[in-house]
Each structure stands twice: as C-alpha cells, then as structure tokens.
Ligand binder design. Structure first.
Ligand SMILES: Cc1ncc(C[n+]2csc(CCOP(=O)(O)OP(=O)(O)O)c2C)c(N)n1
Ligand SMILES: [Mg+2]
Length: 698
C-alpha cells in the first residue's frame, strides 16, 4: 500500500490500518537512523500489536492523558521506546505540566522524534515518567515495567472498592520482552498478580526468541505458557504479531476474563520487514543502516527516500480510534464523577486531592509526641504509632511489607478504617502482604504511587539491597514512596552479619533525590514522618532501630523539630563555644550524648549534632549549616554503626569517623557494640584526640 495514495479516501480500513502500522515502523527506523543510536527491531515487529491495542481497546484520552480512570499502557521493553513515542505523536497525546494542567502542546512532537535521544528531546533513550506526558512509568531496566504494573492493577482494585467501579475499573497493559520475563522480578510480580486474582492486568509477551547475545536458547528455555499457568494466569497465544484479528480476539478474551490476569504470548519477528536483519540480534540495538532502511521501506511498500513521513489520514485514523473512544470514555467518567460527587462529597474530594498529591486538612493533627524515657522505645515502634496516627486521617495511605509486617512495625491498626488485609474479596484493605518479594514490593509501591495512592512498604535494612532497582526508580521518577527499613545496624544483635547492615545506609544516601532519615528517638521519628508525608515529588527511606533507644528529655535538649532541617544542635557545650563536635544519627545519637556528658564532666566543651537526614540538611542555607557546624570548630567526630563513606564532608580533614569497616558478628547487642567500639568511652577518647590534634595545629 503506497502512502502517496494517502489522499485516496476510497481505500478500505485495512489499508489505512496497515499504513498506520507502517508509519510507526518507519518513524522508528528514521529516528534511530538519524540518532545513530537506538533499538529498531522491536518497534518494527510489535507495531501492529501496540496499534491494535491502542486503536481498538485502550481507554485513553489523548486530550487528557492523566485522567484518573484511563487504562494504563506500559512499554516494559523500554529499549523499544520509539514504539511508544510514535504512538504518543500519532495519537496527538497532549503535554501536561507539573501543575497537572494540559498546556496545549504535544507530549511528543515530530521535532522531538527527529531529535530522538538528543539533549532535551521529549523522546529520550528510554521512556521517562515526568519527562514525557503519556509515559506511565519509567522503563528500561528490564522487568521494572511489568513489576510496576502490578501496583497499578492493585491501585485500580483498591480505588474501585473505595470509590466504585464506575470510576475506577481501569485495565493495565504491558508489552514485555524476553528480557523482562527472564528477570527475577517478573517471577515475583507474576506470582503475586496471579495470587491476587488481578484480572485487570494484561501482559503481552513479545516472543521473538532474540536478545542482545543472539538466540534466546543460549540462556532461556522456559515453557512460558506453563510457567504462567502455574502462577494462575490465563494464557493465550497469538501466532503472528501481524494478525490483528487474532490479537483483537486475545484482548477480548482478556476483557472477558474474571479472576485471573492474562498473558498474551505473541510470536513476532524482530526487525520485521528488514531483508537482512529480521530475526537476528543485529536488529535489536543498532540502526538498520541507510541501505537496509531503504530496502525495508521498499518491503513495506513505502517510498524509499521518504524520511519521517506521516501520510495523510494516519493521524486522523488515530483520532477516529483511540481519540474518539478515549474522549467518550472520559466524558462518561466525568459524568459518573459528578453524580458521585453529589452523593459523596467527602469521597469525591479525596479523589481530587489524591490526583494532585494534596493531603487532607489536619492530616498531622494526631501525630503523638513522646514523653522522655531513659529506657526508651525502638524507633520502629514509635514509627508504628506515628504511621497509624497519620493513616487514620489519610485514607489512601497504604502499608505493606515483605513478610515482616510486625517485626518492621508497619501494621495499620484494626480500628483505623481499612485496617485489614488487601486480598481477593477485600480489596479495600490497606494492609498489603508482599510475601518474601522485596523487589516487587518496592516496584508495586511505585505503581501505587503512580496511581496517586500513598504507599509505604518495609523490610529489614539489609534486604533493601533486594529492592534496590525499584528504589532507584522511585527516586528517578520523583515518587513520594516511603521505604521503611528497620533492624538498621549491628545493634540488631544475635542475628549476626547476614542481617546486620553495614554498607546499605551509604548506598541509599548515594541515590540522587532519595531522602534517607535515620531518626535518633521517638520524637525525631514523628518529625521524619512529617517530612516524608508532606512532599509530593520525593521518596523517603526511614531507617529505624529494632532495639529500644532512649527518648530524650527535650526540656534538657533541643526540640525534635530541628530534625525537620535534616540536622540540628541537640546538646551544646556549657560555658562557651564548643571545642569539639560530635555528629551522629539514629541509635548512635544516645552514644554521642553519653560521651558529651562524660566530656563535660572532664571540662571539655562538646556539642552533639543529630543529623537524621543528610540530604535535607544539605539543602538548608549555608548560614544555618554554619550555625550547626561552625567552620572554626574543626575537631569533629562522627559516630554511626555503618560504613563511614560520606562522613568526610561533615567531619572534615581534622575529624575522625567511628563506623564499621568489616561485617558485624552474631552476639547479644552489648557484646557486639563493645567488640566494634561503640562505647561512650571510645567516642569521648576519640573526641579528646581530635581536639588535641586541632590544638596542636592551631
Ligand atoms: C536489568 C537490565 N539488564 C540489562 C539490560 C540491557 N538490555 C537492554 S535490552 C536487552 C535484551 C532484551 O531482550 P528482549 O527483552 O528479548 O528484547 P528484544 O531484543 O526482543 O527487543 C538487554 C540485555 C537492561 N536494559 N536492563
Ligand atoms: Mg526478545
């Protein structure tokens, strides 16, 4: 079908659909060729699949791409990004600004496509949420996209239970390749989705037998259908990616399926149409080359020399399909919303607030303050009290855990509305059980947050490593997910070095945009929660103790409100400027206080700085930071039962860092702390040493 016949209104629907599919293919080929970088093979092969889904099934309004009731489409095979950009461009999806307003320009323009992978183009290497409107989640790290869709599907079920299925019954679709299904997280995701009967979830598996290294048989021989049937999925097959009728039947089957997620296995030919590269790994990740691009276009019946050609009728066809259906679906949704709002003012207000990541008035009114207590309280336990005080006033706060609900203290109280398990039959529960699937727990949390719920999830700090790729994406996507990590140091004692984190805090601090809070006592926990909830575009990690820590007497020491600035002077020298500064976080703040008292008795003037959140402290103005850490006081000691990486910037060249340089050991808490030198005497002695050194250098 030659595109120069584009003005011929007499051609039949099949021809125009083929023309649309070939437009997606050739835009992808041309963009990648021009950029001299990218992955043409999968956009070429999967174009008819994505096109059929968008044109005939997806309830998505290009004019309002963040309408809450929309179906979600996730390109989990993020390297095939040009497939998504071509769809966004041809469907004329509109851009939305950070205030959630449609701004009257395209999400992706032809200019962006011509500048694929170039600086500031809305068509970057891999799809990036928040950068390109219409991209539902950032993909590229294989497996993350499908893992995240489970969170979106859970959100749809939860929202349907609370606000009604007239408003929330959205489906979630994903295209996944061999890579996505090989990644371990796909097992966690599919297993949980099957267990939860998420029949609003449809993954499309691009079964092309090719990855970068070549044929998949090098490393992959799964019977994928059997595997997914084992997870409790409905599995269906489409033997040819170009067979749009069979594809449509598969999607219809998905729509009719109840109680099971659906996997559509689509056999495809990577690089479809390329005479020399089809079905080879060469089509995966490099431009076709000029001559091959020309020959491929010829095979499609396309003008060989045309570049970035969008024949007449193509955009119109998208407008008649996804555009029209999406607009209608949205109009119906808005009608439902309006009538719902008449009957249910408060619930409707929740929907509106949620969409803008706003918080209900008084959300923090019941946050407790804790009385001084020498014996104290584990910060994980204090956290549970604060979490519940917030949960009672923030109905869309959902808690979950990787099988450590009570030991990480994230259970929502029974007397809080929704304080029961989320499971089939009670999708309005706010307590999610992820089983021992930390990676998926974090990815689901991203999916919940992308659906505008406020998720927290938990595990032991050591096992944050299992979830790291999804934690990283929460930061990259700027999602206000709360990652709760307890058992935060060697202070957990007997469980030994397998469970005692050493390098995790430093590695979390290294994630750009992730605020890591390690509160010192119960009242700092309350402040950390205030900071973590009162944000719209940033994740937080709460790092909490298993063991009790004293609750400081705030009439004697500074108020905990200082924690909201990331760091503050907790205890100061009496009778003059401090000579030495002790810096600590979490459980080691009490140790610093003990050393401070010892030094004071000895006539040494020390200051204790509690530094629960480095990132927040670093964002304070210089004058405040200098007030807390006066540049003239170079004698400084940091204490943290963790890797010392990063502390140099606070202790400076004249300072000392007390931390962990090896793994821990299995023994009762006191013995572990003595073995590794976390004692008031050691801290005080180190302070005296640095002070002596500083005086010598004066
Ligand atoms: C977690 C992760 N590991 C490795 C890569 C690098 N990578 C990108 S695409 C790809 C091969 C993917 O194969 P498949 O999913 O079958 O995609 P196809 O080649 O069929 O498009 C690899 C290894 C990645 N993006 N993410
Ligand atoms: Mg493949």
């Amino acid at each position: 079908m030659a595109p120069d016949a584009g003005t011929d209104r007499g051609r039949d629907a099949e021809d125009i659909d083929t023309l649309c599919v070939n437009t997606i293919r050739t835009l992808s080929i041309d963009a990648i060729q021009k950029a001299q970088s990218g992955h043409p093979g999968t956009p070429m092969s999967m174009a008819p699949v994505a096109y059929t889904l968008w044109q005939r099934f997806l309830r998505f309004d290009p004019a309002e791409p963040i309408w809450p009731g929309r179906d979600r489409f996730v390109l989990s095979a993020g390297h095939a990004s040009m497939l998504l950009y071509a769809l966004l461009y041809l469907a004329e999806v509109q851009a939305v600004d950070p205030d959630y307003e449609v701004v009257g320009k395209p999400a992706v323009s032809l200019e962006d496509i011509k500048r694929f992978r170039q600086l500031d183009s809305r068509a970057p290497g891999h799809p990036e949420y928040r950068w390109t409107s219409g991209v539902e989640t950032t993909t590229g790290p294989l497996g993350q996209g499908i893992a995240t869709t489970v969170g979106m599907a859970i959100a749809s079920k939860w929202q349907a239970s609370r606000y009604g299925a007239d408003l929330f019954d959205f489906d979630v679709y994903a295209i996944a390749g061999d890579g996505c299904l090989m990644e371990g997280v796909s097992n966690e995701a599919a297993s949980l989705a099957g267990h939860l009967n998420l029949d609003n979830l449809c993954w499309i598996y691009d079964n092309n037998h090719i990855t970068i290294d070549g044929r998949t048989r090098l490393a992959y021989g799964d019977d994928v259908a059997a595997r997914f049937m084992g997870y409790g999925w409905n599995v269906t097959r489409v033997g040819d990616a170009n067979d749009t009728e069979l594809l449509a039947r598969a999607f219809e089957e998905f729509k009719g399926e109840e109680g099971r997620p659906t996997l559509v296995i689509v056999d495809s030919h990577i690089g479809y149409g390329s005479p020399h590269k089809q079905d080879t790994a060469a089509a995966h990740g490099s431009p076709l080359g000029e001559e091959e691009a020309r020959e491929t276009k010829r095979a499609y019946g396309w003008p060989e020399d045309a570049q970035f050609l969008v024949p007449d009728g193509v955009k119109e066809r998208f407008a008649e399909g996804v555009g029209k259906r999406g607009a209608q679906a949205r109009a119906e949704w808005e009608e439902h919303r309006d009538s719902f709002a008449r009957e249910n003012t408060a619930l409707a207000a929740e929907i509106d607030a949620m969409q803008e990541r706003a918080l209900p008035d008084g959300w923090d009114a019941d946050i407790p303050s804790f009385e001084p207590d020498e014996k104290g309280l584990a910060t994980r336990k204090a956290s549970n009290r604060v979490q519940n005080a917030i949960a009672a006033r923030l109905p869309w706060l959902l808690a979950g855990s990787g099988d450590l609900t009570d030991s990480t203290s994230v259970r929502i109280d029974e007397d809080v509305e929704g304080g029961f398990d989320f499971e089939p039959g009670s999708f309005d529960g706010r307590q999610l059980h992820y089983g021992i699937r930390e990676h998926e727990a974090a990815a689901i949390s991203n999916g919940l947050s992308l659906s505008k719920l406020r998720p927290l999830w938990s595990t032991y700090l050591t096992f944050s490593d299992y979830a790291r790729p999804a934690i990283r994406l929460s930061a990259l996507m700027e999602l206000p997910v709360i990652h709760v990590f307890t058992h935060d140091s060697i202070g957990l004692g007997e469980d030994g070095p397998t469970h005692q984190p050493v390098e995790q805090i430093a590695s979390l601090r290294a994630v750009p945009g992730l605020d890591v809070f390690r509160p010192a006592d119960a009242n700092e926990v309350a402040e950390a929660w205030r900071c973590a909830i009162d944000r719209t575009h940033q994740p937080a990690a709460l790092v909490l103790t298993r063991q009790d820590v004293p609750i400081f007497d705030r009439s004697r020491y500074a108020p905990a409100g200082g924690a909201r600035r990331g760091g503050y002077v907790l205890a100061d020298a009496e009778g003059g400027e401090p000579e030495v500064i002790l810096l600590a976080t979490g459980s080691e703040v009490a140790l610093a206080i003990a050393a401070h008292e010892e030094l004071a008795a000895d006539g040494v003037r020390s200051r204790v700085v509690s530094l629960p959140c480095w990132e927040l402290f670093d964002r304070q103005e210089q004058s405040y930071r200098d007030e807390v850490l006066p540049p003239a006081v170079t004698a400084r000691v940091s204490v943290e039962e963790a890797s010392t990486i990063g502390w140099d910037r606070y202790v400076g060249p004249g300072g000392e860092k007390i931390g962990m340089h090896t793994f821990g050991t299995s023994a009762p808490l006191k013995d572990v702390q003595t073995k590794f030198g976390f004692t008031p005497d050691r801290v005080a002695d180190t302070a005296r040493e640095v002070l002596a050194r500083a005086k010598q250098n004066d």
